[in-house]
Design a protein around this ligand. Sequence first.
Ligand code: BG6
Length: 491
Amino acid sequence: MPIANGVAPCDFVIFGGTGDLAVRKLLPALYLRDRDGHLTADTRIIAVARAGLDEPGYRHKIQAELGRFVAAELLDGGTVDRFLARLRFVSIDLTEPSDYAAVTDVLAASEVDIRVFYLACSPALFGPICDALGRQGLVTASSRVVLEKPIGHDLASARAINDAVGAVFEEGQIFRIDHYLGKESVQNLLVTRFANTLLEPLWNSSWIDHVQITVAESLGVGTRGDYYDKSGALRDMLQNHLLQVLCLVAMEPPTYIDRETVRDEKLKVLQALKPLSAKDIKRDTVTGQYGPGLADGAVVGAYRQDAENPDSSTETFVAVKAEINNWRWAGVPFYLRTGKRMSRRYSEIVVQFKPVPLPMFPGSDGASEPNRLVISLQPDEEMRLELTAKEPGPGGIRMRPVSLALNYTQAFQRRSPDAYERLLMDVVRGDPTLFMRRDEVEAAWAWAEPILRQWQESGRQPRLYPAGTDGPVDASTLLERDGRRWHEEAS
Ligand code: BG6
């Protein structure tokens, strides 16, 4: 069968095909890949959900949703029609094994070899769905399954999910998605580090003072309060997205880049994370929960209102000081933080270098700031090297901070694809390099779980912070205690 831009024909089966993720991310991403000619004529998208819809009703719904979630200039009538014609809709109860015969019927209507089963639904259903697929004989050698995070809520539940999925699919067929790994700027981190010689000699504890990783969101929990209230910022963001980014910053260069070598090196970083004792957790972790405030120019309510739980003690903000016990990073703190309803939406990695060993311009006006490499993941994909320069002019030295900046959109003059566009095509191609392996997920839980346990045992309550701010003041104290500041507080 013909291959489109290296992507073979496939049946893309989305369990939870009417859910938020499918509608907001997966279908728009597949539409955009279709638009760029990456879906073959015989590729089908089969949505499976428990919704009282028929196929025309589903197509109609998705047509309207594409209008909401794809930029108007990227929507063209011909491609939309072609895309809608690929859609099939199967209405079943995902928990009812006998209903899966309907999925078998739809799959049997095509000769296509590759089946992608995308589980865009509650992790509690991962095991039962895989089991039903196995019993129906739907899992062929070229089938793959995609698991959305969260993979469990602790180490034991992650293992149970991995066991249940692993009873039906081989590890090589399991794609655990972390969409942060599909972001262009996150992938570029590997290229910046390993396709240039400039940084590598400095990329260690001799030259780097500390690293900050921030993922700040201005939105609240929206309609996801039910899920979020059982999860919280550590499970929802830090245990996966932030630790994966940390791995790419900290990993050793693999001998070559391939599906296992990159993941092997990331695993070593996770295994080298210094375990946090109860005392460390008390001192080096900060939790917060947003109260009412002003966000994105509007008055917004408290998290407890959004979650419809007036007594909730779920954290919507977390900051942690992590350390990596290996030769390259010993003694270099990695400050991680993420929160909802913060002052603005931005994600960045800040690598701060050590100060100059000796101030050379004692009589100068202005001080030399430490050099920083700032990698902005969103909203703009940008890299800035912050240096100190002499302000032009006679009469002495005036030192000022300046930036060497690289903005990807300007430099490459092209649309930066959404993370899901890249990752979904990697699944069809069978390339798991940018997906989490079982041992990585479990190593991340092994490090994060004691934090959750200590919070629970000590009855820790998150500090309230007003919506639209940068989280609780304790987050600033976490760095001040070490004589440091968060990047935006420093600049
Ligand atoms: C998801 C979390 O994994 O990532 C959400 O469940 C969060 O709570 C989202 O909002 C953030 O992703 P992005 O790409 O918008 O930074």
